[in-house]
Design a binder for this molecule. Structure first.
Ligand SMILES: C[S@@+](CC[C@H](N)C(=O)[O-])C[C@H]1O[C@@H](n2cnc3c(N)ncnc32)[C@H](O)[C@@H]1O
Length: 214
């Protein structure tokens, strides 16, 4: 099962066309992702990150798992439009962090971005203060371990967005008991069981959740 099963091809094309943009840095990053087969969220979900940041008026954003900064750029563009703030970029790979700094600098938003190289959950734990919005896209087996730290750092009214919640259909494949699939399942159960979080799963791309802390 893969994500082609979530949307009919014509519907996917229709949504893709509606998500077109004219940002040259985003376009370059999309081309690099296609060339290297690097799993960025893409423009459909990118728009959602941008829009949610504006709706929430989120000026303090923390990303767990930022890669070379594509999702970071969508957040940073929104924070810039809100008049300024901070977006935390985290990645375990220093090369990704350096590439992100270059792209974000060329896009004119690097002053808003704080870079942390290392383990993202630990970086969230170590960073002082609370966040308006937390976004998670790290290795999937780590999702359950991240949840208690996210709870520490997200106040009432805070928004949580998490990518890959359908895991290309694997979450409903009973034969798949891999650590990554089980990680997503355990995290999903914990989130839905938590009375302080109200969550919706959106089946775009690979499925993501948006949750609000009550
Ligand atoms: C799916 S990619 C992120 C893509 C990015 N969110 C985007 O859409 O542009 C996941 C990234 O998280 C990093 N990563 C995975 N687990 C991590 C962890 N526990 N701590 C820090 N970085 C992690 C990987 O190095 C990889 O670059």
């Amino acid at each position: 099962m893969d994500f082609a099963a979530f949307l009919q091809p014509q519907i996917k094309t229709y949504i893709d066309q509606l998500s077109a943009h004219d940002d040259p840095v985003l376009a370059e990053m999309e081309a690099v992702a296609a060339e290297r087969n690097f799993p960025i969220i893409g423009p459909v979900v990118g728009r959602f990150l941008y829009q949610t940041t504006l709706i929430r008026k989120a000026t303090r954003v923390f990303e767990l798992g930022s890669g070379y900064g594509y999702s970071t750029l969508w957040f940073a563009k929104a924070v810039q439009r809100l008049g300024g703030g901070e977006v935390f970029h985290t990645d375990g790979d220093r090369k990704n962090s350096e590439q992100a700094r270059n792209y974000l600098s060329r896009a004119g938003v690097v002053d808003l971005v704080r870079f942390r190289v290392g383990e993202a959950i630990e970086a969230l734990h170590q960073t002082p203060g609370l966040f308006d919005l937390i976004y998670m896209d790290i290795d999937k087996h780590q999702y359950p371990d991240a949840f208690p730290v996210i709870r520490e750092k997200l106040p009432a009214g805070g928004v949580l967005i998490v990518d890959n919640m359908l895991w290309f259909g694997r979450v409903v494949d009973k034969n798949d008991t891999s650590a990554s699939t089980e990680g997503i399942r355990r995290f999903t159960r914990a989130l839905w069981a938590d009375p302080e979080f109200f969550t919706t799963l959106v089946p775009l791309r690979d499925g993501f959740i948006i949750s609000v802390r009550m």
